[in-house]
Design a protein around this ligand. Structure first.
Ligand code: SAM
Length: 214
């Protein structure tokens, strides 16, 4: 098992297929050890580009999806980002690499056991620019708002209003919308207006919460 080589190969494939192109996203994916975020018995599959089970009926996102979402959000160093759905913390770590030490990732997870485990992994790997919060992310996280970017890693019926409110003017939000047929939606806030773009079909676990599915 040569995980470093597997990682390099999958990232080269994602570049060839057009999912990722910016140096910032490529470097972040090369840096974060995905194997640290998944259960022991699945570690050999760490660089297979597919979601993997992480317990509690949840999954770690596929590598191409984390890369694509990072590109669509146009993440930059120094940004303050809200992630809804921490899961195992892998996607938060990739975002933390991109926003760097001057940036901040606030990540909300509704399942306390997953949040605790993600926090432990992120601390062990030295991601001090990530704050993990237990709660209903459909309500956002008001104490640290507003955010430059917000992304949701579970599919909801619509974009939750509190998330639009907590986005800075000029900020971008990315989330899967729909139950069975889902679309990845990019929303840009410009004053009172929200400009919506459909970024194509996706498949995510459901967003459960007050402004999500019940
Ligand atoms: N970001 C993760 C990663 O690194 O691969 C993947 C997250 S998984 C696809 C989606 C997560 O969203 C699950 O852990 C689920 O418990 C969480 N979730 C669902 N509804 C939520 C809500 N209302 N607030 C916070 N987390 C939620």
């Amino acid at each position: 098992m040569n995980l470093e080589e597997d990682k390099r190969k999958v990232i080269e494939k994602l570049i060839r297929e057009g999912y990722i192109k910016s140096k910032r996203v490529i470097d972040a994916l090369l840096k974060v050890p995905r194997e640290e975020f998944i259960p022991e018995h699945l570690k050999k599959y760490a660089y297979v580009d597919t979601p993997l089970e992480i317990g509690y009926g949840q999954t770690i996102s596929a590598i191409h999806m984390v890369g694509l979402m990072s590109e669509l959000l146009d993440l930059k160093p120094g940004m303050k980002v809200l992630e809804v759905g921490t899961g195992c913390g892998y996607h938060a770590a990739v975002t933390a690499e991109i926003v760097g030490k001057d940036g901040l990732v606030v990540s909300i997870e509704r399942i306390p056991e997953l949040a605790e485990r993600a926090e432990r992994t992120l601390r062990k790997l030295g991601y001090d620019n990530v704050i993990v919060v237990v709660g209903d992310g459909t309500l956002g996280y008001e104490p640290l708002a507003p955010y430059d970017r917000i992304y949701v890693t579970a599919a909801g019926p619509k974009i939750p209003e509190p998330l639009i409110k907590q986005l800075k003017d000029g900020g971008k939000l990315l989330m899967p919308v729909g139950r069975y047929l889902q679309k990845l939606i990019l929303a840009e806030k410009r004053g009172d207006q929200v400009i919506i773009k459909d970024c194509g079909p996706v498949a995510f676990v459901p967003l459960i919460g007050k402004e999500g599915f019940q």
